[in-house]
Design a protein around this ligand. Structure first.
Ligand SMILES: [Mg+2]
Length: 317
Protein backbone atom coordinates (compact mmCIF):
# COMPACT_ATOMS: atom_id res chain seq x y z
CA UNK A 1 0.00 0.00 0.00
CA UNK A 2 1.13 3.51 -0.74
CA UNK A 3 0.02 6.28 1.62
CA UNK A 4 -1.54 9.23 -0.19
CA UNK A 5 0.93 11.65 1.42
CA UNK A 6 3.92 9.62 0.26
CA UNK A 7 6.49 11.02 -2.19
CA UNK A 8 5.78 8.21 -4.61
CA UNK A 9 2.05 9.05 -4.67
CA UNK A 10 2.94 12.22 -6.57
CA UNK A 11 3.92 10.07 -9.56
CA UNK A 12 2.25 7.45 -11.73
CA UNK A 13 5.29 5.17 -12.05
CA UNK A 14 8.90 4.67 -10.99
CA UNK A 15 11.90 3.99 -13.23
CA UNK A 16 14.63 2.55 -11.09
CA UNK A 17 18.35 2.06 -11.67
CA UNK A 18 19.78 -1.28 -10.53
CA UNK A 19 23.42 -1.28 -9.40
CA UNK A 20 23.79 0.80 -6.24
CA UNK A 21 20.02 1.14 -5.86
CA UNK A 22 18.55 -2.37 -5.84
CA UNK A 23 21.73 -4.44 -5.49
CA UNK A 24 25.46 -4.12 -5.05
CA UNK A 25 27.17 -7.05 -6.70
CA UNK A 26 25.11 -10.14 -5.90
CA UNK A 27 23.41 -8.81 -2.73
CA UNK A 28 20.40 -6.55 -2.27
CA UNK A 29 20.81 -2.98 -1.00
CA UNK A 30 19.20 -2.73 2.50
CA UNK A 31 15.46 -1.84 2.38
CA UNK A 32 15.34 -1.98 -1.45
CA UNK A 33 13.41 -5.23 -1.84
CA UNK A 34 10.84 -4.39 0.88
CA UNK A 35 10.19 -0.91 -0.51
CA UNK A 36 10.04 -1.80 -4.21
CA UNK A 37 8.01 -4.92 -3.48
CA UNK A 38 5.33 -2.92 -1.68
CA UNK A 39 4.80 -0.18 -4.32
CA UNK A 40 1.30 -0.25 -5.77
CA UNK A 41 2.34 1.34 -9.09
CA UNK A 42 4.33 0.20 -12.13
CA UNK A 43 8.10 -0.03 -11.61
CA UNK A 44 10.50 -0.39 -14.53
CA UNK A 45 14.17 -1.20 -14.06
CA UNK A 46 16.40 0.74 -16.46
CA UNK A 47 20.01 -0.31 -16.89
CA UNK A 48 22.86 0.96 -19.04
CA UNK A 49 24.34 -2.53 -18.87
CA UNK A 50 23.77 -3.87 -22.39
CA UNK A 51 25.43 -7.25 -21.89
CA UNK A 52 22.76 -8.89 -19.73
CA UNK A 53 19.37 -9.64 -21.26
CA UNK A 54 16.13 -8.45 -19.61
CA UNK A 55 15.45 -12.14 -18.94
CA UNK A 56 18.70 -12.52 -16.93
CA UNK A 57 18.18 -9.24 -15.06
CA UNK A 58 14.61 -10.21 -14.12
CA UNK A 59 15.85 -13.62 -12.91
CA UNK A 60 18.43 -11.89 -10.69
CA UNK A 61 15.73 -9.59 -9.24
CA UNK A 62 13.46 -12.57 -8.54
CA UNK A 63 16.36 -14.26 -6.68
CA UNK A 64 16.55 -11.17 -4.47
CA UNK A 65 12.83 -11.49 -3.72
CA UNK A 66 11.21 -9.05 -6.17
CA UNK A 67 8.33 -10.16 -8.39
CA UNK A 68 9.83 -9.12 -11.73
CA UNK A 69 9.20 -10.15 -15.32
CA UNK A 70 11.51 -9.40 -18.28
CA UNK A 71 9.11 -6.75 -19.61
CA UNK A 72 9.77 -4.68 -16.46
CA UNK A 73 13.43 -4.39 -17.46
CA UNK A 74 14.65 -1.85 -20.02
CA UNK A 75 18.25 -2.03 -21.23
CA UNK A 76 20.35 0.38 -23.25
CA UNK A 77 20.44 -2.26 -26.02
CA UNK A 78 16.67 -2.06 -26.26
CA UNK A 79 16.81 1.74 -26.26
CA UNK A 80 19.41 1.65 -29.06
CA UNK A 81 17.31 -0.76 -31.12
CA UNK A 82 14.25 1.44 -30.48
CA UNK A 83 16.12 4.47 -31.85
CA UNK A 84 17.14 2.55 -34.97
CA UNK A 85 13.69 1.05 -35.56
CA UNK A 86 12.39 4.63 -35.66
CA UNK A 87 14.90 5.57 -38.36
CA UNK A 88 15.16 2.46 -40.55
CA UNK A 89 12.76 0.32 -42.53
CA UNK A 90 11.70 -2.96 -40.83
CA UNK A 91 14.16 -5.74 -41.61
CA UNK A 92 17.08 -3.38 -42.22
CA UNK A 93 20.50 -4.95 -41.69
CA UNK A 94 22.24 -3.67 -38.54
CA UNK A 95 25.69 -4.71 -37.38
CA UNK A 96 25.39 -5.97 -33.79
CA UNK A 97 28.56 -5.47 -31.75
CA UNK A 98 28.54 -6.59 -28.12
CA UNK A 99 26.91 -9.27 -26.00
CA UNK A 100 23.93 -11.38 -27.05
CA UNK A 101 21.57 -8.71 -25.68
CA UNK A 102 22.44 -6.39 -28.58
CA UNK A 103 21.39 -8.77 -31.39
CA UNK A 104 18.31 -9.89 -29.44
CA UNK A 105 17.16 -6.30 -28.95
CA UNK A 106 17.57 -5.57 -32.67
CA UNK A 107 15.58 -8.66 -33.68
CA UNK A 108 12.81 -7.81 -31.20
CA UNK A 109 12.63 -4.30 -32.68
CA UNK A 110 12.00 -5.77 -36.16
CA UNK A 111 15.52 -5.25 -37.51
CA UNK A 112 17.92 -7.80 -38.96
CA UNK A 113 20.99 -8.20 -36.72
CA UNK A 114 24.23 -8.98 -38.54
CA UNK A 115 27.16 -10.37 -36.53
CA UNK A 116 30.67 -9.09 -37.25
CA UNK A 117 31.72 -12.45 -38.73
CA UNK A 118 29.00 -12.06 -41.40
CA UNK A 119 29.40 -8.33 -42.01
CA UNK A 120 31.60 -8.69 -45.09
CA UNK A 121 28.73 -10.48 -46.88
CA UNK A 122 26.66 -7.33 -47.42
CA UNK A 123 26.06 -3.73 -46.53
CA UNK A 124 24.58 -2.70 -43.17
CA UNK A 125 22.47 0.42 -42.67
CA UNK A 126 23.54 0.93 -39.07
CA UNK A 127 25.74 -0.24 -36.23
CA UNK A 128 24.54 -0.86 -32.68
CA UNK A 129 27.56 -1.05 -30.40
CA UNK A 130 27.20 -2.31 -26.84
CA UNK A 131 29.41 -3.94 -24.28
CA UNK A 132 30.30 -7.61 -24.44
CA UNK A 133 33.16 -9.37 -22.67
CA UNK A 134 34.02 -11.23 -25.90
CA UNK A 135 34.16 -8.18 -28.22
CA UNK A 136 37.33 -8.37 -30.34
CA UNK A 137 39.44 -5.96 -32.36
CA UNK A 138 37.91 -7.56 -35.48
CA UNK A 139 34.41 -6.62 -34.24
CA UNK A 140 35.54 -3.03 -33.70
CA UNK A 141 37.12 -3.02 -37.18
CA UNK A 142 33.82 -4.11 -38.76
CA UNK A 143 32.06 -1.32 -36.87
CA UNK A 144 34.60 1.20 -38.18
CA UNK A 145 34.25 -0.06 -41.80
CA UNK A 146 30.46 0.25 -41.61
CA UNK A 147 30.57 3.75 -40.12
CA UNK A 148 33.13 4.83 -42.74
CA UNK A 149 30.70 3.47 -45.36
CA UNK A 150 27.93 5.74 -44.09
CA UNK A 151 26.10 3.51 -41.59
CA UNK A 152 24.29 5.21 -38.69
CA UNK A 153 26.27 4.51 -35.53
CA UNK A 154 24.43 4.09 -32.23
CA UNK A 155 26.22 3.34 -28.94
CA UNK A 156 24.15 1.64 -26.25
CA UNK A 157 26.03 3.66 -23.62
CA UNK A 158 29.34 5.42 -23.13
CA UNK A 159 30.28 4.38 -19.57
CA UNK A 160 34.08 4.47 -19.73
CA UNK A 161 34.68 1.92 -17.01
CA UNK A 162 33.20 -1.32 -15.80
CA UNK A 163 33.83 -2.16 -12.15
CA UNK A 164 34.48 -5.90 -11.66
CA UNK A 165 35.50 -7.97 -8.63
CA UNK A 166 39.09 -7.90 -9.93
CA UNK A 167 39.37 -4.19 -10.66
CA UNK A 168 38.20 -1.61 -13.16
CA UNK A 169 37.83 -2.87 -16.75
CA UNK A 170 37.28 -0.83 -19.94
CA UNK A 171 33.54 -0.25 -20.30
CA UNK A 172 31.59 0.27 -23.52
CA UNK A 173 32.64 3.92 -23.67
CA UNK A 174 36.27 2.82 -23.96
CA UNK A 175 35.42 0.44 -26.82
CA UNK A 176 33.34 3.14 -28.52
CA UNK A 177 36.33 5.49 -28.13
CA UNK A 178 38.51 2.99 -30.00
CA UNK A 179 36.14 3.08 -32.99
CA UNK A 180 35.82 6.86 -32.68
CA UNK A 181 39.59 7.18 -32.85
CA UNK A 182 39.57 5.21 -36.10
CA UNK A 183 36.66 6.94 -37.84
CA UNK A 184 37.35 10.44 -36.51
CA UNK A 185 33.89 11.21 -35.16
CA UNK A 186 31.70 10.18 -32.20
CA UNK A 187 28.59 7.96 -32.45
CA UNK A 188 25.56 9.55 -34.11
CA UNK A 189 23.40 8.65 -31.10
CA UNK A 190 23.83 7.29 -27.59
CA UNK A 191 20.89 5.36 -26.11
CA UNK A 192 21.76 4.94 -22.43
CA UNK A 193 21.87 7.35 -19.52
CA UNK A 194 22.71 10.25 -19.38
CA UNK A 195 21.22 10.52 -22.89
CA UNK A 196 17.41 10.55 -22.71
CA UNK A 197 16.37 7.61 -24.98
CA UNK A 198 16.45 4.86 -22.30
CA UNK A 199 14.20 6.91 -20.00
CA UNK A 200 11.96 7.92 -22.93
CA UNK A 201 11.59 4.26 -23.93
CA UNK A 202 10.44 3.56 -20.36
CA UNK A 203 7.90 6.41 -20.51
CA UNK A 204 6.58 5.07 -23.80
CA UNK A 205 6.24 1.54 -22.38
CA UNK A 206 4.37 2.97 -19.42
CA UNK A 207 2.27 5.13 -21.78
CA UNK A 208 3.02 8.10 -19.53
CA UNK A 209 4.34 11.62 -19.98
CA UNK A 210 7.89 11.69 -18.53
CA UNK A 211 6.69 14.35 -16.07
CA UNK A 212 4.53 11.72 -14.33
CA UNK A 213 7.47 9.33 -13.82
CA UNK A 214 9.99 9.42 -10.96
CA UNK A 215 13.51 8.30 -11.90
CA UNK A 216 15.53 6.77 -9.05
CA UNK A 217 19.29 6.35 -9.20
CA UNK A 218 22.62 6.50 -7.36
CA UNK A 219 24.74 8.36 -9.95
CA UNK A 220 24.55 12.04 -10.77
CA UNK A 221 26.36 11.82 -14.12
CA UNK A 222 24.11 9.08 -15.53
CA UNK A 223 20.82 8.52 -13.65
CA UNK A 224 20.17 12.09 -12.56
CA UNK A 225 21.57 13.91 -15.62
CA UNK A 226 19.52 11.53 -17.80
CA UNK A 227 16.36 12.23 -15.82
CA UNK A 228 16.88 15.99 -16.15
CA UNK A 229 17.43 15.56 -19.91
CA UNK A 230 14.30 13.39 -20.26
CA UNK A 231 12.11 15.77 -18.27
CA UNK A 232 11.61 13.43 -15.30
CA UNK A 233 11.77 14.27 -11.61
CA UNK A 234 14.44 12.25 -9.85
CA UNK A 235 15.42 10.82 -6.48
CA UNK A 236 19.12 10.34 -5.67
CA UNK A 237 19.63 7.59 -3.10
CA UNK A 238 22.91 7.58 -1.20
CA UNK A 239 23.34 3.80 -1.33
CA UNK A 240 25.67 3.65 -4.32
CA UNK A 241 28.29 5.71 -6.14
CA UNK A 242 27.53 9.34 -5.27
CA UNK A 243 27.41 10.75 -1.74
CA UNK A 244 25.79 13.89 -0.39
CA UNK A 245 28.96 15.93 -0.93
CA UNK A 246 28.91 15.10 -4.66
CA UNK A 247 25.24 16.06 -4.85
CA UNK A 248 25.91 19.40 -3.16
CA UNK A 249 28.63 20.14 -5.73
CA UNK A 250 26.56 19.08 -8.75
CA UNK A 251 26.03 21.51 -11.64
CA UNK A 252 22.40 22.36 -12.44
CA UNK A 253 21.98 19.66 -15.13
CA UNK A 254 22.87 16.97 -12.57
CA UNK A 255 20.72 18.03 -9.65
CA UNK A 256 18.06 15.63 -8.39
CA UNK A 257 14.59 16.76 -7.35
CA UNK A 258 14.91 14.72 -4.14
CA UNK A 259 17.80 13.25 -2.13
CA UNK A 260 17.54 10.57 0.51
CA UNK A 261 19.73 8.08 2.38
CA UNK A 262 17.80 5.13 0.93
CA UNK A 263 14.65 4.00 -0.86
CA UNK A 264 12.46 4.24 2.25
CA UNK A 265 12.13 7.90 1.26
CA UNK A 266 9.56 6.83 -1.38
CA UNK A 267 7.08 6.43 1.50
CA UNK A 268 8.03 9.66 3.29
CA UNK A 269 5.72 12.66 3.10
CA UNK A 270 7.39 15.62 1.33
CA UNK A 271 4.82 17.97 2.90
CA UNK A 272 5.93 17.07 6.42
CA UNK A 273 8.15 20.10 6.98
CA UNK A 274 9.90 18.41 9.92
CA UNK A 275 10.46 15.18 8.00
CA UNK A 276 13.93 14.40 6.71
CA UNK A 277 12.82 14.33 3.04
CA UNK A 278 11.69 17.98 3.13
CA UNK A 279 14.53 19.07 5.44
CA UNK A 280 17.12 17.51 3.15
CA UNK A 281 15.52 18.88 -0.04
CA UNK A 282 15.53 22.37 1.50
CA UNK A 283 19.10 22.03 2.79
CA UNK A 284 20.41 20.78 -0.57
CA UNK A 285 18.55 23.48 -2.47
CA UNK A 286 20.01 26.13 -0.15
CA UNK A 287 23.54 24.95 -0.94
CA UNK A 288 22.88 24.90 -4.70
CA UNK A 289 21.29 28.35 -4.60
CA UNK A 290 24.19 29.76 -2.56
CA UNK A 291 26.77 28.30 -4.93
CA UNK A 292 24.89 29.61 -7.97
CA UNK A 293 24.98 33.21 -6.75
CA UNK A 294 28.61 33.03 -5.57
CA UNK A 295 27.91 33.21 -1.82
CA UNK A 296 31.04 33.45 0.37
CA UNK A 297 32.59 30.05 1.00
CA UNK A 298 32.22 30.11 4.80
CA UNK A 299 28.48 30.64 4.40
CA UNK A 300 28.31 27.79 1.88
CA UNK A 301 30.29 25.60 4.31
CA UNK A 302 27.71 26.29 7.02
CA UNK A 303 24.89 25.25 4.67
CA UNK A 304 26.83 22.12 3.67
CA UNK A 305 27.27 21.23 7.36
CA UNK A 306 23.53 21.68 7.88
CA UNK A 307 22.71 19.33 4.98
CA UNK A 308 25.21 16.77 6.29
CA UNK A 309 23.65 16.89 9.75
CA UNK A 310 20.22 16.05 8.26
CA UNK A 311 21.68 12.96 6.61
CA UNK A 312 23.68 12.17 9.79
CA UNK A 313 20.51 12.24 11.90
CA UNK A 314 18.72 10.06 9.35
CA UNK A 315 21.53 7.52 9.61
CA UNK A 316 20.77 7.00 13.31
CA UNK A 317 17.22 5.83 12.79
MG1 LIG B 1 23.67 2.65 -10.44
Amino acid sequence: MTATGALVARYAAVVCDLDGVVYRGPSAVPHAVEVLGSLSMPVLYATNNASRSPHDVAAHLRELGLACTPDAVATSSQAGAWLLADRLRPGSRVLAVGGAGVATALAEAGLHPVLAADAAAGEVQAVLQGYGPAVTASDLAEAAYAVEGGATWVATNTDGTLPTDRGVAPGNGSLVAAVERAVGSPPDLVAGKPSPPLYLLCAQRLDLDPKRVLAVGDRLDTDIEGAVAAGMDSLLVLTGVDDLRACLEAPSHRRPTWVAPDLRALFADPDDTNGELALLADAVQAVHAARDVGTASDEVDALVAKAESVVGNAGHR
